[in-house]
Ligand binder design. Structure first.
Ligand SMILES: NC(=O)c1ccc[n+]([C@@H]2O[C@H](COP(=O)([O-])OP(=O)(O)OC[C@H]3O[C@@H](n4cnc5c(N)ncnc54)[C@H](O)[C@@H]3O)[C@@H](O)[C@H]2O)c1
Length: 276
């Protein structure tokens, strides 16, 4: 029970990593605020958490909308009295149809993706910090991406935003350390979640793509599962990390060990496949 009596807000927790983190937190005694874009989808996870014997509420809020963030955080604090842990998990690139290089990216797409992946987590964090500062305690976890440091496909806006998350982590960690608020980031490698659906839907093509990525780009030769991110997130959310702040933890099957950087280009691979 590493998180006994703790309250956590996990954004984007109706699916993928957020859902796995929420579950593992609940299994460790934590009560949860489940946030996502769909009330119904968030409620499904909140019900799962309740079936584990913990308290949970589902709150529909778009993390790019300041008013919705305000209302979510107010509701959460009213319900639970505090927020101890914030996991900024919501993010992704859907709706840009794979566009993201210097030839095709538009200002509108840039703004949309940077809003979701950098400004949104920043705004949620600012709102939650009010409660954490009052309690002189907090654990904040950001989710970046290996693409921010070693891209294997050009997704300029997304990777830039995810790199910004690392700066946000370091600066906030430095600023908030005297207030007993810890700020760290997880940098995931490829992890099988609904995140990939827009690029390649589940099925044989996706299995082939994952097999190719695992073989060429991941020293552990496997694609991660959402639960692989939940373990490190539990460490960073719990007292086990009480001397750890401002750290960037790569949870990527050893990808940063590849001295040559990423050589496998997902875009080229998919284009080749489509020609066949
Ligand atoms: N899956 C990967 O391979 C991978 C790799 C590196 C980084 N990431 C990052 O990890 C995080 C979690 O991704 P995942 O793989 O679990 O993806 P996912 O698509 O399975 O889950 C993301 C969730 O965020 C929600 N969401 C999207 N926009 C939102 C918004 N504006 N407000 C609230 N919720 C919103 C989605 O509805 C979804 O439920 C994301 O930030 C993603 O960018 C994923």
């Amino acid at each position: 029970m590493l998180l006994k009596d703790r309250i956590a807000l996990v954004t984007g927790s109706a699916n993928g990593m957020g859902r796995a983190i929420a579950r593992m937190y609940a299994e460790n005694g934590c009560d949860l605020i489940i946030n996502d874009l769909s009330q119904d989808a968030a409620q499904v996870v909140a019900d799962e958490i309740k079936s584990l014997g913990r308290r949970a509420i589902a709150i529909k809020a778009d993390i790019t909308n300041a008013a919705e963030i305000r209302s979510m955080v107010d509701t959460a604090v009213k319900e639970f009295g505090k927020i101890d842990i914030l996991v900024n998990c919501a993010g992704g690139v859907s709706g840009t149809e794979g566009r993201g290089n210097s030839d095709n990216i538009t200002e509108e797409e840039w703004d949309k993706v940077v809003d979701l992946n950098l400004k949104g987590p920043f705004m949620v964090t600012m709102a939650v910090l009010e409660s954490m500062k009052k309690n002189n305690y907090g654990k904040i976890i950001f989710i970046s991406s290996m693409g921010a440091v070693s891209p294997c496909v050009s997704v300029l806006h997304y990777h830039t935003a995810k790199a910004g998350i690392l700066g946000l982590t370091k600066n906030l960690a430095f600023e908030l350390a005297p207030r007993n608020i810890y700020v760290n980031a997880i940098v995931p490698g490829p992890v099988e979640t609904t995140f990939w659906d827009a690029l390649v839907p589940p099925g044989k093509d996706r299995d082939d793509l994952f097999a190719a990525i695992a073989k060429k780009e991941v020293p552990l030769e496997k694609i991660g599962k959402a639960v692989d991110i939940a373990g490190p997130a539990l460490f960073l959310g719990s007292g086990l990390s009480d001397y750890v702040t401002g750290q960037i933890i790569h949870v990527a099957g050893g990808q940063p060990l590849l001295a040559h950087g990423a050589t496998f280009n997902i875009e080229e691979y998919l284009n080749e496949k489509m020609k066949k």
